[in-house]
Design a protein around this ligand. Structure first.
Ligand SMILES: Cc1cc2nc3c(=O)[nH]c(=O)nc-3n(C[C@H](O)[C@H](O)[C@H](O)COP(=O)(O)OP(=O)(O)OC[C@H]3O[C@@H](n4cnc5c(N)ncnc54)[C@H](O)[C@@H]3O)c2cc1C
Length: 384
């Protein structure tokens, strides 16, 4: 298909945000919407490299509410979008070994319960009973929610894009946006490596690259990219079928079932902002040793694969939704390492902003870009 030279709406980025936005616009009857992805395949950015975790457990009301809208959309995905996404409700068990974390997570349980989310608090002995294979002598307690779990990210992107195409949306790979043309304070088109597209509406869904895309329109979007990495192991028959997504919060170290083995990841607190997506093998060794110290059975396993990806980080670990100082230039991004799970609702909200003039399903207006300049930051604590 040749790239059109005009479009009603251009979406930049074929990760979960762009794919969901395309689908929700196409589902509302928009035919002249095009999604542009610089890579050969969709979903190879943060989305395709993520851990696939989906959870209700957050420390701010707005993040819990995003999950309350988004996770049921994932539960209904097969039925509504027609694509199997392998949703497993294995539960997230977030272990606290630090007193301040424990106090905060106990408060988070109250917040979540107040919003109808059935997260429970386990004391240290209950944690050790629930996780007999782990060395958690220092656990003070943990939060657990059985409805949290895992979903296959690539299936979500593929599902949204193929459903959108059937509805008349258009998507293009290997098309990199290289410039955004702005006249008299409003968008008039995008430059790409395959030609110019005239348009009055652009959605910046470029994930970790959203700050760079913002600059093309002369807009400062404080999204920086931070490398995160993980590896998977050979089968470990000792790991039970009901193994939850376990997070050692103080170390940002996590484990979940991946096939018959495990996926193990850890955030490097010394990582510098940048776009390097190569695995840091020195840190990987550190991660492996930390993993074995917590879960000694890992010593028996071999490594199957490893990869790195980029978190799209904002100063308060909350995303941006909506307008920018340039008319017609919108942003949906900066989910700070937990955005895959919020992709479904985020695309729907962007379609509402564009077609209805405001957010209908959930009011996310506090997550506007202006909050930084106006000092309205709202910090999320539960970042892994
Ligand atoms: C290691 C890791 C683990 C994670 N684990 C989880 C998790 O368990 N649960 C969870 O919910 N979230 C997780 N996340 C976060 C999650 O992956 C992101 O929040 C989410 O995928 C962001 O989606 P996106 O569509 O905004 O970005 P992306 O998926 O990165 O999509 C942006 C796309 O834009 C394209 N693009 C960029 N610039 C241009 C351009 N100029 N022209 C055309 N195309 C362009 C890119 O190629 C890319 O495909 C994790 C992230 C990482 C890196």
């Amino acid at each position: 298909m040749t790239l059109p030279n005009t479009a009603d709406i251009v979406i930049i980025g074929g990760g979960v945000m762009g794919a969901s936005t395309l689908y929700h616009l196409a589902a509302r009857g928009q035919r002249n919407v095009i999604l542009l992805e610089k890579d050969e395949f969709f979903g190879q950015g943060a989305t395709g490299r993520c851990a696939g975790g989906v959870r209700y457990q957050f420390s701010t009301e707005i993040n819990v509410r995003l999950s309350l809208e988004s996770l049921p959309m994932l539960e209904r995905f097969k039925e509504e979008i027609g694509q199997e996404i392998d949703y497993r409700q294995c539960g997230y068990l977030i272990v606290c070994t630090d007193g301040e974390d424990a106090a905060t997570f106990k408060r988070n349980v109250q917040l979540q319960n107040g919003l109808g989310v059935e997260t429970e608090w386990l004391d240290g002995d209950q944690v050790r009973k629930r996780l007999p294979l782990f060395q958690f002598q220092d656990a003070l307690g943990a939060t657990f929610n059985q409805k949290d779990g895992l979903v296959d990210p690539n299936s979500v992107v593929a599902g949204y894009i193929s459903a959108a195409l059937k509805l008349g949306g258009k998507s293009f790979n290997n098309v990199e946006v290289t410039g955004i043309k702005v006249e008299a304070g409003r968008v008039v088109g995008v430059e790409t490596n395959k030609g110019y597209i005239a348009t009055e509406m652009v959605v910046n869904a470029a994930g970790p690259w959203a700050g760079l895309v913002g600059k093309m329109a002369g807009v400062e979007i404080p999204i920086t990219s931070l490398r995160r990495q993980m590896f998977t192991t050979t089968p470990l028959p000792e790991i039970p079928a009901d193994f939850p997504f376990v997070i050692d919060f103080a170390q940002s170290l996590y484990f979940h079932r991946e096939g018959d083995g495990l996926l193990i990841g850890m955030s490097n607190p010394a990582e510098k902002h940048g776009f390097d997506q190569n695995v840091d093998e020195e840190f990987e060794l550190f991660n492996l040793e930390a993993g074995i110290a917590r879960l000694p059975v890992v010593e028996k396993a071999g490594m199957v694969s490893h990869w790195a990806g980029l978190y799209e980080v904002t100063p308060d670990a909350h995303p941006f939704f909506g307008k920018t100082p340039v008319d017609g230039f919108l942003v949906v991004g900066g989910f700070s390492g937990h955005g895959f799970m919020h992709g479904p609702i985020s695309g729907k909200l962007m379609s509402e902003l564009i077609l209805d003039g405001g957010f209908k399903t959930l009011d996310v207006s506090i997550l506007d870009l202006a909050r930084f300049d106006e000092g309205r930051l709202i910090q999320e604590y539960n970042v892994v």
